[in-house]
Design a protein around this ligand. Structure first.
Ligand code: NI
Length: 384
């Protein structure tokens, strides 16, 4: 199918997905629509037990044939945002919006399915197509992995739209392009009392202030200036009036770092700061942190493979623009070599904004690149 024909097929599907955004693990209509389109192409849907989202398979290799398997991943969920784009195909549901381009990703994977289904008989292996639920709530990738449907996959490719790149331009870089992301909670237990008699208290507010101020020294003094990281304190509680020192105070925030190990170092350093303040303030402090998704970790050789393949298709390719947001595609990369690349969509507003628009013009380019990557990866893997 030529690019124009493909684009004509994809735009109505994209507009349908855009009109019908659903939140993580509630993507029932979306999943039904994907099933319907795949069934029309004669593509096999695997029995994974996923309630929303699905994994499909194209290729003539049997599971035990020894022929390689690669995967393409798109995410399908929307966000709890009321759309204000003014598009004729805007969301039909108030408080629900495809504001992160997952409608674009879903359609691009379907476009790759159209192209790969045409070549089914000659593919030297199998391509698995992942329509992942619940990326925004960071549980979807783990759920797909837990089905075992990807156990035989040797390489994986995924995409994300980028408003920061010109429409159709491919952004791809080795290593971390999306951050390791997570949060921390700190509860300070002191001893409350009269604000005029601080010597009779263990003031949790002073401890809170010291932690906030010192936490900012981690990125500025402990992290390598060439390794981007962020510590943001976003929620503070303590006390409720002017003349009482409260018994307790609370701090919450987020850590982001373009590297999973660096993230852990920052989280541990914050723990040391908390310990120090605990000692000097005479309070008792509970500190917990988590990492909801590790950093994207693009295989360097495969990143070059993506850029070269894009150029073969006549697409402009440059580095990706690193992002302090998280992406649970990184969970697949902990098990399977792969690359998460960007495609430019232009647009005035960033992702997660009520006026965000993922222009559909580069859909056929995205689909062609996905299909070509899968095909070339199978050829390469079957000859090694
Ligand atoms: Ni997204």
């Amino acid at each position: 199918m030529d690019m124009e024909g493909l684009q004509e097929k994809l735009v109505p599907a994209f507009e349908w997905f855009h009109r019908h955004p659903e939140l993580g693990y509630a993507e029932f209509e979306t999943t039904a629509r994907i099933r319907e389109i795949l069934a029309g192409l004669g593509v096999e849907i695997l029995d994974t037990g996923l309630e929303t989202g699905l994994v499909a398979r194209i290729g003539n290799a049997g599971i035990r044939s020894g022929k390689p398997v690669v995967a393409l991943r798109g995410d399908i969920d929307g966000l709890p945002i009321t759309e204000d784009s003014g598009l004729p195909y805007a969301s039909e549901t108030p408080g629900r919006m495809h504001a992160c381009g997952h409608d674009f990703h879903t359609t691009a994977i379907l476009g790759a399915a159209i192209l790969l289904a045409e070549k089914k008989a000659t593919l030297p292996g199998t391509v698995k197509l992942i329509f992942q639920p619940a990326e925004e709530t960071a549980g979807g990738a783990a759920k797909v992995l837990a089905t075992g449907a990807l156990d035989d996959v040797r390489e994986i490719y995924g995409l994300h739209v980028s408003p920061d790149l010109p429409p159709g331009q491919i952004g791809v870089s080795p290593g971390a392009t999306f951050a390791a992301v997570g949060g921390f909670k700190i509860t300070i237990r002191g001893k409350g009392g009269h604000a005029g008699y601080p010597h009779l208290t263990r003031d949790p507010i002073i401890a809170l202030g010291q932690i906030i101020a010192t936490a900012q020294s981690i990125v500025s003094r402990n992290a390598n200036p060439f390794d981007p990281s962020v510590v943001s304190i976003t929620h503070v509680e303590g006390g409720n009036t002017w003349n009482v020192i409260p018994p307790e105070a609370f701090i919450e925030g987020t850590i982001r770092s373009l590297g999973t190990e660096k993230y852990k170092c920052i989280a541990e350093r914050l723990g040391e700061i908390v310990k120090g303040v605990e000692l000097t303030s005479g309070t008792r402090i509970d500190y917990t942190w988590n990492m909801s998704s590790p950093a994207i970790d693009n295989d360097p050789a495969l990143a070059v493979f993506v850029a070269d393949t894009a150029q073969e298709l006549g697409l402009a390719a440059g580095p990706s623009i690193p992002c302090m947001g998280g992406e649970d595609f990184s969970l697949y990369q902990q098990r399977i070599k792969g690359v998460f690349w960007n495609i430019g969509i232009g647009g005035a507003e960033g992702i997660h904004h009520p006026r965000f628009i993922a222009g559909p013009a580069p859909l056929s380019s995205a689909a062609s690149l996905l299909a070509r990557l899968a095909e070339k990866a199978l050829v390469r893997l079957s000859s090694t």
